[in-house]
Design a protein around this ligand. Structure first.
Ligand code: ADP
Ligand code: MG
Length: 606
């Protein structure tokens, strides 16, 4: 239930509307009871039980005063215009009060709609924002499809269940209390008799709710798995086809889907139990009351007359509706709580990389970056061991080494995608953790092996993160990146949409757009992680040329697969299994005849 209240807390900004809703609900309930209570004088008239009264009790807001005044009103009509006219009057009043009951009921719903969807709207925003803030490591541990499922299906589920039952939660208890008060005033004995059976029903429904919640959680998890599979399939469709893996993929999907189906059937069966169960329990109560009350009327004991008894039974039957819907609402809430839990898990996830309260701003990068005794492990296995390294401002430092030696990890640490636990990364002598994250990243441009492009225009991809970019500057950047010519050849030039992940472009073109993006951002520090290794020789030349232009007058950390591209670096760092094994300029390292020289000789034949 904790999660439930936390979700409800998101309704805080809407308390005013909730208040209006409750107000209209109460008015509506009063009209509802009033219109039913009118049945008693109606029946009295019909059975000729109405005793004419001539004086009214003092005006007050209690049952005797209201009933007394109403009796006087009816008596006056009977005296002046006859019984049939009184019958008409009572009927008209019943119609009017039912009309008012329903108008106010509608109004209460009217004001609740923005609350219901407002809360969901806010939670969606919050989730998306959270996903943007969470460190990249969060998503390597969680499956993407599961996160998507939490942000979509779980939110919808919560909208249906928790927010859907909010109306009942606000309305039904008031309704139940109001009916109880009236019933008590009519016959305390009968009312007490009726509520003896409540705890039994409560226990049954509570048990059902718990079970529903478990099954619902299972269902949502399964749905997440299915979304993960779909997401992976769409991303890897080419490979699935090329390796004739469609059948295996299909089988895997069908298995998961089947298991989801089973869970959902079980879930619905459990949920559907709530309503008939509470109705049956309610009717049992009714039958007991009818039997007990009926014998009271017959024996004349307790001063219960037939008209009062019939009205009592009618009101009691009306009481069953809110009780039933409350029971239903409770099981809906239990079902939705499973989704709420999954949503709150994301909202509560730790933003391990964020600004400290006294984070420093960083206007200008002045001296350089220094890694001091940096060690790093993803889980248990150490990936970097005691790295010491300086990148002075304006210099180019190259990282080379076998694949898996930790080069990309080192670059990710410099970009603060992960925080280090051992050692320090200093920028201008101050730990990277002490800067405002935004300012720190503003200093860096990153081009990696895989160009990450968005399904948007070329212009927006180059000017990523900038609203209303200066088109001239974008074109300038594209020209330096050797991208302008091919962009002009596309259908709509800079306004061309490049499709999902840039699917409409070749690898070299994508990479040149990534480079143009880095040029456009114009950061003082550049991180190039094998920016050309995915390209053919032809486009590599174009991209390499673009990179050289980009690197001019900048501080660069370049990871290269092809050693010919980094020969001019100010320092070359050779890494092996997370450690620096050699360092120096190209000439020094070749002369040393060590690891670097071996790598270099191997590539000489490329
Ligand atoms: P390089 O870029 O030099 O090829 P990486 O820095 O990518 O090497 O990887 C170094 C080591 O860290 C590898 O052994 C790799 O398996 C491991 N590794 C890389 N990324 C992750 C990750 N997100 N979680 C766990 N291990 C990782
Ligand atoms: Mg790498």
């Amino acid at each position: 239930m904790k999660q439930y209240f936390r979700i409800l807390a998101y309704g805080k900004p809407y308390l005013g509307l909730v208040g209006i809703n409750v107000l209209f609900s109460i008015v509506s309930i009063i009209f509802g009871i009033f219109s039913l209570a009118l049945l008693k004088p109606f029946l009295d008239l019909l059975f000729e039980q109405q005793e004419l009264v001539t004086s009214a009790p003092e005006l007050a807001f209690n049952k005797d005063a209201i009933v007394g005044n109403f009796n006087l009103f009816i008596s006056d009509i009977i005296r002046e215009k006859g019984k049939s006219q009184a019958l008409v009057t009572v009927s008209v009043i019943i119609v009017i009060s039912f009309f008012l009951k329903n108008i106010t009921l509608y109004l209460s719903k009217f004001f609740l709609a923005p609350v219901r969807f407002g809360v969901i709207h806010d939670i969606r925003n919050k989730l998306y924002n959270k996903v943007l803030r969470l460190p990249v490591s969060y998503f390597s541990e969680k499956r993407k499809g599961d996160v998507i499922s939490r942000m979509t299906t779980d939110v919808v589920e919560m909208e249906w269940t928790i927010m859907g039952s909010i109306e009942m939660i606000l309305r039904d208890p008031v309704s139940i209390i109001a009916f109880m008060v009236v019933l008590f005033s009519m016959s305390a004995k009968l009312t007490l008799f009726a509520i003896i059976l409540f705890p039994v029903s409560g226990a049954l429904i509570g048990f059902l709710g718990k079970s529903l919640r478990r099954t619902s959680g299972k269902g949502q998890r399964k749905l997440g798995e299915i979304l993960s599979i779909v997401e992976e399939t769409l991303g890897g469709l080419r490979v699935l086809k090329a390796f004739n893996a469609e059948e295996t993929a299909d089988k895997r999907f069908q298995q998961n889907n089947r298991s989801l189906y089973k869970t959902l059937v079980r879930l619905l069966r459990k949920r559907d139990l709530a309503s008939p169960m509470s109705e049956f329990l309610g009717v049992t109560v009714m039958a007991f009351v009818m039997w007990y009350g009926g014998s009271m009327v017959l024996s004349g004991e307790g001063g219960l007359d037939a008209a009062t008894f019939i009205t009592f039974v009618l009101l009691l039957s009306q009481l069953l509706a809110p009780i039933k819907s409350l029971a239903n609402g409770y099981s809906q809430i239990q079902k939705g709580t499973a989704s709420a839990e999954r949503i709150l898990e994301i909202i509560d996830a730790e933003e391990s990389i964020k600004d400290t309260p006294d984070a420093k701003s960083l206007k200008e990068f002045t001296t350089g970056i220094e890694l001091k005794d940096v060690s790093f492990a993803y889980e248990d296995k150490k990936v970097l061991k005691n790295i010491n390294l300086t990148i002075p401002k304006g210099k180019t430092i190259a990282l080379v080494g076998q694949s898996g030696s930790g080069k990309s990890t080192l670059a990710d640490l410099v970009a603060r995608f992960y925080d280090i636990k051992e050692g320090q990364i200093l920028l201008d002598g101050i730990s990277s953790k002490e800067y405002k994250l935004h300012d720190y990243r503003q200093q860096m441009g990153i081009v990696s092996q895989q160009s990450i492009l968005f399904n948007d225009t070329i212009l927006s991809n180059i000017a990523l993160g900038v609203e209303n970019p200066d088109k001239e500057r974008v074109i300038e950047a594209a020209k330096i990146a050797n991208a302008h010519d091919f962009i002009m050849d596309t259908e709509n030039g800079y306004e061309t949409n490049i499709g999902d992940g840039g699917g409409k472009l070749s690898g070299g073109q994508k990479q040149r757009i990534s480079i143009a993006r880095a040029i456009f951002k114009n950061p003082p520090i550049l991180i190039l992680d094998e920016a050309t290794s995915a390209l053919d020789t032809e486009s590599e030349k174009l991209v390499q040329d673009a990179l050289y232009k980009l690197m001019q007058n900048r501080t660069t950390l370049v990871i290269a697969h092809r050693l010919s591209t980094i020969q001019h670096a100010d320092e070359i760092i050779v890494m092996h299994e997370g450690q620096i094994v050699e360092r120096g300029t190209h000439t020094e390292l070749v002369a040393k005849k060590g690891t670097y020289n071996k790598l270099y000789e191997l590539q000489a034949f490329d």
